[in-house]
Design a protein around this ligand. Sequence first.
Ligand code: KIV
Length: 284
Amino acid sequence: MDKSKVTIPGLLKMKAEGRQKIRMVTAYDYPMAVLIDQTDIEMIFVGDSLGMVVLGHEGTVPVTMEDMIHHSRAVARGARKTFLVVDMPFGSYHLSIEQAVGNAVRLMKECSADCVKIEGGVDFAPTVRAIVKAGIPVMGHIGLTPQTASALGGFKVQGKNLESAAQIYRDALALEEAGAFSIVMEAVPAPLAKIITEKLRIPTIGIGAGVDCDGQVLVLYDLLGLFDRFVPKFVKRYARLDQEVKNALTTYATEVADGTFPGPEHSFSGKEDELRRYLGLEQG
Ligand code: KIV
């Protein structure tokens, strides 16, 4: 497959032309990044969902800058053509604008990121503006923002009533105005996402936001059927790798137990008699 490096002008052109949806998926390690890089998927996203799906935390709040950097560096080594988005974890941009810019710079320098992503709307527009001013592209994230899920009353659909829908609309406008080059919209009613998508010049990437967004994102382990704790309504499982993995492990365990693995084809041959003589051992 001939994939040329995905760029921000390329993504903006996709929005402007409206012929082809943008595809984004999360990844947290090198082997998955290599596989994604071999597909047509435009954006690979090291989300702080890694806290839940890879590190086993209950939510994304415990994820640290060091976690993000460790995983993003591995993904960057595999994602050569795919546009690399790296999440700013909770607490890494909340204390001050200086802190936000400093941590965004770190993610760009240490992870070879193409952009950073931060959660929040109107309240975070000044932060977005400052990071963009430092020369770092920013992807916004509105609607259900998992880092503040407890303040939102849990992992729930946002913008269901007119007042909260209007707030999400204002959030989207504020982020575009602050210089974000794209916005993730999570768990919002499809008509609201459609209206926002039509209004913005920058691409919207939906997750649980209906089909009218300019692109879609899914958590890789949800898509592959590798996350067992819960499956949100908006997830489609394109594979059941959990079952494949369990079958493979069970067969491995059985074959080790009954001695059918490793067979001669997985072993290195040698001369046992000669070796025993050399070692002064009894012939077997
Ligand atoms: O961290 C993540 O995976 C995300 C997606 C749900 C968009 O923010």
